[in-house]
Design a protein around this ligand. Structure first.
Ligand SMILES: *[C@@H]1O[C@H](CO)[C@@H](O)[C@H](O)[C@H]1NC(C)=O
Ligand SMILES: *[C@@H]1O[C@H](CO)[C@@H](O)[C@H](O)[C@H]1NC(C)=O
Ligand SMILES: *[C@@H]1O[C@H](CO)[C@@H](O)[C@H](O)[C@H]1NC(C)=O
Ligand SMILES: *[C@@H]1O[C@H](CO)[C@@H](O)[C@H](O)[C@H]1NC(C)=O
Ligand SMILES: *[C@@H]1O[C@H](CO)[C@@H](O)[C@H](O)[C@H]1NC(C)=O
Length: 286
């Protein structure tokens, strides 16, 4: 046990200190197989050691790069056959292009002593919510037809819009997933003044005033008044509701109307009405 721990610690240290300096440079190519597919190789590299897929939020996102991408990572075994390794082919089923990844500098020009495998990754494929991706990877040149194709296949299911990372996907944003209305309200006399920030994807909001013992919702409480507000763009809006009785248990419910309703994202937001000193004074006096 002790020696095992020592080995893994040692690997960690060398990994951080002097990871062999080679990079996988990946280019998108039309078609599903590399041109080497056609030819019979004299010698070929060993199989991919591993192929994994995860979800990543990219910081360098712009129009050509998806904001939310699949991180496809793979491992190359370090062995003699790497002299014949031309590159690695990655294909995502349903994505029209494939990726041809080449190592710079190539494996025979770097010092890999002490390593069993090296990891690489690419983040060029947009991740849509709630979708299953099949990723196929193999080293080039490929084996002859009839031999073990040497490919690895991995299946990855992306989470839905309620996932903290995924909610930044455009289609989730349009359903209100990252909308924060920042509801504030002030009680005065027989009125409650409500302000909130609208989302540009919802132009109609129902605002209800209720009296409820629960901090979180009006359900089970008594509804006092209601207004419908039409908005435009992302802006701060002010509206007034009629109120009765003391302020203490008053809550505001803000119901948005996002298209493509999503149970988590388009949910009703509830906020406690702030009972200002003026409000309290009014209650005591009445
Ligand atoms: C990567 O995939 C391999 C199988 O290909 C699996 O054994 C390993 O646990 C995976 N690693 C991570 C970090 O997901
Ligand atoms: C992908 O590779 C980069 C650079 O080699 C590395 O910094 C990053 O941690 C890798 N990401 C994953 C998910 O393996
Ligand atoms: C979001 O999804 C990713 C990828 O499936 C997962 O690793 C992560 O744990 C999820 N986060 C939450 C908060 O569920
Ligand atoms: C919420 O609105 C209040 C009042 O307009 C403002 O002071 C506060 O900074 C806002 N908070 C956020 C998180 O936007
Ligand atoms: C609030 O009360 C006033 C006076 O009782 C009434 O005229 C008005 O229509 C009410 N407003 C709403 C939004 O119910």
């Amino acid at each position: 046990m002790k020696s095992l721990m020592f080995i893994s610690l040692f690997t960690l240290v060398t990994w951080c200190g002097s990871y062999p300096q080679t990079r996988a440079i990946c280019e998108e190519r039309l078609g599903s197989v590399p041109e080497e597919w056609m030819y019979e190789p004299d010698a070929r590299p060993s199989k991919l050691a591993a192929l994994n897929v995860s979800l990543a939020e990219r910081e360098d996102a712009h129009e050509d790069h998806p904001k939310l991408a699949l991180t496809i990572s793979w491992a190359i075994s370090i062995d003699q056959s790497n002299d014949h390794l031309v590159g690695t082919w990655i294909r995502v089923v349903g994505y029209e292009n494939s990726f041809r990844c080449q190592y710079q500098p190539p494996f025979n020009e770097i010092d890999t002593t002490g390593y069993e495998q090296l990891w690489f990754n690419l983040t060029g494929v947009e991740a849509e919510p709630e979708k299953t991706y099949y990723v196929i990877g193999y080293n080039i040149p490929t084996p002859m037809i009839g031999d073990d194709p040497g490919s690895k296949v991995t299946q990855f299911r992306t989470p839905g819009c309620s996932n903290k990372t995924m909610m930044h996907h455009d289609s989730c944003v349009r359903k209100g997933c990252i909308w924060d209305p920042n509801v504030t309200s002030i009680h005065s006399k027989n009125q409650v003044e409500v302000s909130f920030t609208s989302s540009k994807y919802s132009t109609e909001y129902i605002i209800r005033l209720c009296r409820s013992k629960s901090e979180m919702e009006c359900t089970g409480g008594e509804y006092i008044s209601k207004v419908t507000t039409f908005t435009e763009g992302e802006s701060r809006w002010l509206t007034t509701l009629n109120s009765t009785g003391p302020c203490d248990l008053l809550h505001i419910e803000l119901v948005p109307t996002f298209p493509g309703w999503h149970p988590h994202c388009a949910r009703t937001r509830t906020a406690k009405v702030s009972c200002t000193p003026t409000g309290k004074y009014h209650i005591i006096m009445s």
